[in-house]
Design a protein around this ligand. Structure first.
Ligand SMILES: [Fe+2]
Length: 393
């Protein structure tokens, strides 16, 4: 066989791939083109709807499947050097968080009423988020740590898109692909709108049938996005496959390894990270540093892509921005700006005294400055001290 002809599964088919002649058996009638470039995500869904499981593509005429080890041994791209101060960008980042969460909330209500999703509203905000990350990525990274318990779904969607932007940048993505990844992340849990509130907000463990319904949010999301004009295959995959796992233990299709495209594997990493760092009614949140260790554990166990986890940890740093650390002299501080040259010495703002268990006057400290003589003792979980980050970010 021509070496450029490759058999792939329907789950690997993407916009930009060239379908070859060899697939004629599933072409239903003469009016359908038997080969050609896949230009729209809807086409993939039409082919899937025909029950096609596998098909042939010509990689010399279109996109190839990205191998699972494409990111292996690749060095993480450093995050962009901030062009504006954190103080300047943070207000913009906070405004974007309010705007994005309000947009998700409104669109979900619209979908419930049967309206279609307006994609341009999401691409508009994802474009501005990418711009903010390039101005000073610390701002949006900090804002992901500002959470309100009853707004989890909206904030989680926003956070996953910020973290997706950070990871995608570290992997060298840019332009349309980067924007599609960030937009897809904003929409990844859109199907939760069809889950009944009693299940979605249930404080205790799920009954088996409730868990089955909860898992259906992926399929519901796909159904919403299939009806969305101009949706791309990257956005669709992120929604459809963010709960798939490398070892095949995920859902809904139990895909494994190479069957899961890179953008879906990236979504799994950032989705899990944000979920475990959030405080929920049924679980305590983890300190970001602890959560990163957990990701590493799950990647060794085969659930998450180890190379992507490595890139994500490199991008987030030893002490992620927005996390709380204990300094010497028994003081707590919030990490505000990463230090790419020495990840253990970020810029922090000291604000709590552990000896008297009280807030103290805010003090900005650049731990990289030798003259300050201060250092981080360990990462802590802010909630354990009842610390609210709002006043410090
Ligand atoms: Fe999800």
């Amino acid at each position: 066989m021509n070496p450029s002809i490759k058999q792939i599964s329907i789950d690997q088919l993407q916009v930009g791939m060239f379908i070859t002649e060899g697939n004629s058996e599933w072409v239903p009638n003469e009016n359908y083109s038997r080969k050609g470039m896949v230009k729209r995500a809807e086409v993939i869904e039409q082919i899937r709807a025909l029950g096609v499981k596998e098909l042939y593509i010509d990689t010399s005429l279109g996109k190839d499947v990205e191998p699972a080890n494409a990111v292996k041994n690749k060095a993480s791209k450093p995050l962009p050097v901030p062009k504006v101060s954190l103080a300047k960008e943070i207000e913009n980042a906070k405004a974007m968080q309010s705007e994005a969460t309000a947009l998700i909330s409104r669109c979900m209500a619209d979908i419930k009423m049967g309206a279609a999703l307006e994609l341009t509203e999401f691409t508009d905000i994802s474009g501005r988020m990418i711009e903010s990350l390039s101005q000073n990525y610390n701002a949006l990274a900090c804002v992901t740590q500002l959470r309100e318990k009853d707004r989890y779904l909206m904030e989680h969607s926003f956070n996953v898109s910020v973290l997706m932007g950070i990871l995608a940048h570290a992997l060298g993505y840019s332009g349309d692909t980067l924007q599609e990844m960030v937009t897809g992340a904003l929409l990844h849990d859109v199907g939760k709108i069809r889950i009944a509130d009693e299940i979605l907000h249930k404080p205790g463990g799920f009954l088996p049938e409730e868990w089955d319904e909860m898992k259906r949010h992926v399929t519901y999301g796909e159904e919403v996005l299939q009806k969305t004009p101009s949706i791309t295959s990257i956005m669709m995959d992120i929604c459809a496959q963010h709960h798939e796992r490398i070892d095949g233990s995920g859902y809904p299709r139990g895909l494994s390894g190479d069957q899961i495209p890179i953008h879906s594997r990236m979504a799994s990493v950032v989705d899990v990270y944000d979920a475990i760092t959030a405080e929920r009614v049924y679980h305590k949140g983890m300190a970001p540093t602890v959560a990163l260790k957990k990701l590493m554990e799950w990647s060794t166990e085969g659930h998450l892509d180890p190379q992507l986890v490595r890139h994500f940890i490199n991008a987030m740093g030893v002490y992620p921005v927005g996390s709380v650390v204990e300094l010497d002299k028994q003081k707590l501080a919030v990490v505000l700006e990463a230090n790419p040259n020495d990840p253990k010495k970020p810029k922090v703002i000291q604000m709590y005294d552990l000896k008297i268990r009280r807030y103290v006057n805010k003090l900005a400290i650049d731990l990289a400055d030798e003259r300050c003589g201060r250092h981080i003792v360990k990462a802590v979980y802010a909630e354990s001290y009842g610390i609210k980050l709002e006043g410090f970010i």
